[in-house]
Design a protein around this ligand. Structure first.
Ligand code: GLU
Length: 464
């Protein structure tokens, strides 16, 4: 589909840390909104704070977005590289009389701020109305905040109003010539043709300030949608303790990218009570109307439930590959071509039993245990003398058996128990102990079928 620039969204992270879950959700909403409308989703790295921005963080953010499958259109834009353009816009504001050189020193600014506060008004610099500049003294450039009420229409928050006294004469450019956040964002969003800004409501007041700057420049502001921040399961603001982790931590916990996308989608957005979404449904249904005003709470049970649904839908081969990547190099497991075949044959059944790749890992260990399979304490109890004798008789039966399909094997095991005149447990438990060492595993018929005759007999011989 030809992308149209009628709808342009962006994600604008500051590279001071990893891509945390709140940022990932913001990126997802912007990406989906663009997709829904055949528009464009851009990425801008807000790296103007040179002290706090690191290349490591940039890489972590790009990797996180790629892993999550949130591909941006075009090159990522560096805000820092656009300083000349920011300076140009500041000069334009000065020219228009909407900004001015301010020679207040840090102490004078502090005093002026305290005075303004005591008088219940916003900071206004005495340089606002001009004056004779001290020779060679450093200056900042401040915005001449309008002395009128500010109103915006936010797609989530509705109409938001600020009294004039709430907005100081904002510094647009520092004495060293670097632009401040609000100025840079306005210029970049304008130049990038951004039409919709979906972001955390910690930026709501900035939308007021930014709209003033748009108006002063004679530009049209984008449509804003400020979403409530994510809270922890206990309702408190999300912190590391809650799982305010980088998306790579969720990857390592074994979530699929589509599972995390689906979970994040529902964290603050709803379409009726539908919980489970394919990617196509997400892109088809996402809208600003569904964004909620109440903060969403992180819920790991729900995250697992959503992910489990995506695990079941995922291709067996893909899951096998993802699983292999997780366990690659482990020397306590048998990882070779044969064991990989077992895993991929078993995947259709095993993926039904796991809500994450980490759980899937537990489900496949029985296939990957090197021989002789280590049998743990409790499990060893199933291998007492009479049980071993029975296993020896079963081994003889299985050595003769030639239909290694699951139904035939299950039936054969049943018949063996009947012939022995014991309940099935007396057969199943020692067999399970011998073949799996006590690791989680599905029905014995299935286990036999997947491992194949040769491996089954060999594992039995190991205990006999
Ligand atoms: N760079 C800002 C942040 O990471 C976002 C700015 C914006 O979305 O306008 O919080």
């Amino acid at each position: 589909m030809q992308k149209s620039s009628e709808i342009v969204t962006r994600f604008a992270p500051s590279p001071t840390g990893f891509l945390h879950i709140g940022g990932a959700r913001t990126a997802l909403f912007n990406a989906l909104f663009a997709q829904r409308h055949g528009g464009v989703f851009k990425l801008r790295i807000e790296d103007t704070d040179r002290k706090r921005s690191t290349q490591e963080a940039v890489d972590a953010i790009l990797d996180g977005l790629k892993w999550l499958g949130l591909d941006w259109d075009g090159e990522a834009i560096s805000q820092n590289a656009r300083q000349d353009r920011h300076a140009e816009a500041v000069a334009e504001l000065v020219e228009k009389g909407a900004a001015y050189r301010c020679y207040l020193t840090a102490e004078e600014t502090e005093a002026a701020r305290e005075k303004a506060f005591a008088e219940g008004r916003a900071l206004r610099s005495p340089w606002r109305d001009g004056g004779t500049a001290p020779d060679g003294a450093p200056y900042t450039i401040r915005f001449k905040a309008p002395d009128t009420e500010m109103v915006i229409e936010d797609a989530v928050q509705g109409q938001v109003r600020w009294a004039a006294k709430e907005f100081d004469d904002l510094v647009l450019m520092r004495a060293d010539g670097t632009p401040t956040y609000n100025l840079a964002v306005v210029v970049d969003d304008h130049d990038m043709g951004v039409t919709h800004v979906i972001r955390g409501d910690d930026h709501l007041v900035n939308a007021g300030r930014q709209t003033q700057i748009y108006q002063a420049l004679g530009w049209t502001p984008p449509k804003f949608a400020h979403i409530p921040l994510i809270h922890g399961p206990d309702g408190a603001k999300l912190s590391k303790r809650h799982g305010a982790l980088g998306v790579e931590a969720y990857r390592d916990m074994g979530y699929l990218p589509e599972g995390l996308r689906n979970y994040l989608l529902r964290l603050g957005w709803a379409k009726g009570d539908k919980e489970l979404f394919t990617d196509a449904e997400m892109a088809e249904l996402f809208d600003l109307e569904g964004l909620g005003k109440a903060p969403a709470r992180l819920d790991f049970d729900k995250m697992a439930h959503v992910n489990a649904w995506h695990m079941k839908r995922a291709e067996d081969d893909r899951l096998t590959g993802l699983l292999w990547a997780r366990i690659e190099g482990r020397d306590d497991l048998r990882l070779d071509a044969q064991s990989k075949v077992w895993v991929s044959e078993a995947m259709g059944v095993l993926k039904e039993r796991a809500s994450t790749l980490a759980e899937l890992e537990d489900q496949v260990y029985f296939l990957l245990r090197p021989r002789p399979v280590e049998i743990t304490g409790k499990t060893a109890k199933a291998l007492k003398d009479d049980a071993l004798e029975r296993l020896a008789r079963l081994r003889a039966v299985l050595a003769e058996h030639d239909d290694w399909s699951e139904p035939a094997l299950s039936a054969r095991l049943q018949r063996f128990a009947e012939d022995e005149e014991v309940g099935f447990g007396k057969v199943g438990q020692p067999l399970r102990a011998a073949l799996t060492g006590g690791a989680p595993a599905p029905d014995m018929g299935f286990v036999l079928a997947v491992l194949g005759q040769e491996e089954v007999l060999a594992r039995l011989d190991d205990v006999l």
